[in-house]
Design a protein around this ligand. Sequence first.
Ligand code: ATP
Ligand code: MG
Ligand code: MG
Ligand code: MG
Length: 483
Amino acid sequence: MLTANEIRSQFLDFFKSKGHEIVPSAPIVVKNDPTLLFTNAGMNQFKDFFLGNGTPSNTRIADTQKCLRVSGKHNDLEEVGVDTYHHTMFEMLGNWSFGDYFKKEAIEWSWELLTEVYKIPKDKLYVTVFQGDAAENLPMDEEAYNYWKQYVAEDRILMGNKKDNFWEMGDTGPCGPCSEIHVDCRTEEEKALVPGAKLVNADHPQVIEIWNNVFMQFNRQKDGSLVTLPAQHVDTGMGLERLVRVLQGKQSNYDTDLFTGTIAAIEQMTGKKYGYTDSKQDVAFRVLSDHIRAIGFTIADGQLPSNTGAGYVIRRILRRAVRYYYSYLDFKHPLLYKLMAVLAKQFEDVFPELHKQLDLVTKVVKEEEDAFLRTLEKGLRRMDTLMADKNTSGTVIGGEKAFELHDTYGFPIDLTVLIAGEKGYAVDQPGFEEELKKQKTRSRAATALDTHDWIVVRDAATVNFVGYTDLEAEGNVLKYRKV
Ligand code: ATP
Ligand code: MG
Ligand code: MG
Ligand code: MG
């Protein structure tokens, strides 16, 4: 069985053999872009090349990129640990063409890699092609369809809509159709339950999207019209954890060697056993082995936990993890900090930054855990009292109470929502935000307001910098408003 390290190397070697330069992952924390807090896709670090604001060192590049999807357009936090293939932090393998090759080669090589190098059986793979959108004047991607047809049986080529199969950077700027590749890992028995059905991601837990190939073909103008780009680009992203799961023949990403080491370490520390079920305890194992990666790699990249912006996102993830071991593994002492060494060793050759910063990261995580554990118990008791209180209106925890939990007990709002939800209570989130707004002392910070991957700000004359506002729960938002 191939290890995750071998699988990653094979990807990079393959694209090297096709003339690609292999570059390092960019940091997970984005420091120079007011519209994005964390790297959420491989192409983030190449954004300027697509906008024509810079020239890459090579027209063909490939890498593995540390990504984090816990805020903005891509927020997978609620899925993590509950499903088997969404993580907070994950590695996105990618290959890029900057005005070099286009659909023909991208399609040919992705198929060659999956079926000849990785030897995934062809009858397990599906691909999707953009079906077009008449209302938006977007054509079907016939070109991609015709290339796929050379390799894939036509009944395995599915049509996809604008939401899934058309990528746009923002309201204006580069955009184009994409083709996704899905793997059907269902057993014959599972398939027999829905005979003939063509399933994609989200239709069945064992049918998963592994790779997205974006073909940047157009430039969306301010009036909405599309102009063909003079130089066309390819941008792809494949989730390493999902690929490894498929190649190692596992039912869950957490059963691959990317996670089994840390799960074993958690078993050893807590004296509990991971049981592969949907029980709270098993969800906790998955959540912990996921969250420690986000925590460790983000701090190693220079983002300390704090009360605002990116630092607050990390603090929230860390507190969420503490709460999981505290409540579901019945473990009342700091634990995450000890796992940093396990991770650092595992990723030493791929992302050496964690190994280099291990002492600092371990210390920071321990301090955070200590501090939060001190108030957690009191906060949980306070929540029990609130939920038992006859004055709590119905089954809703009011905004003021949620704010008290946030302010006095350090409960991030999503933690309050999570705990309340488990007892059948809702939380008045707009009310909570109102309370936050009132608390004017919070320092200024940026949180992405990203309904698209970016808000593209290129023409100062049409865009007005409105400044920091308090509109979002996570604090202040750096906002651009079109005028
Ligand atoms: P999904 O539909 O499963 O949420 P996506 O369409 O949002 O995935 P893309 O933006 O196309 O994902 O990213 C490219 C690839 O990155 C996906 O095909 C998948 O393999 C991987 N990926 C995306 N989100 C995650 C995640 N949260 N955890 C692990 N891998 C992910
Ligand atoms: Mg997604
Ligand atoms: Mg998808
Ligand atoms: Mg996708």
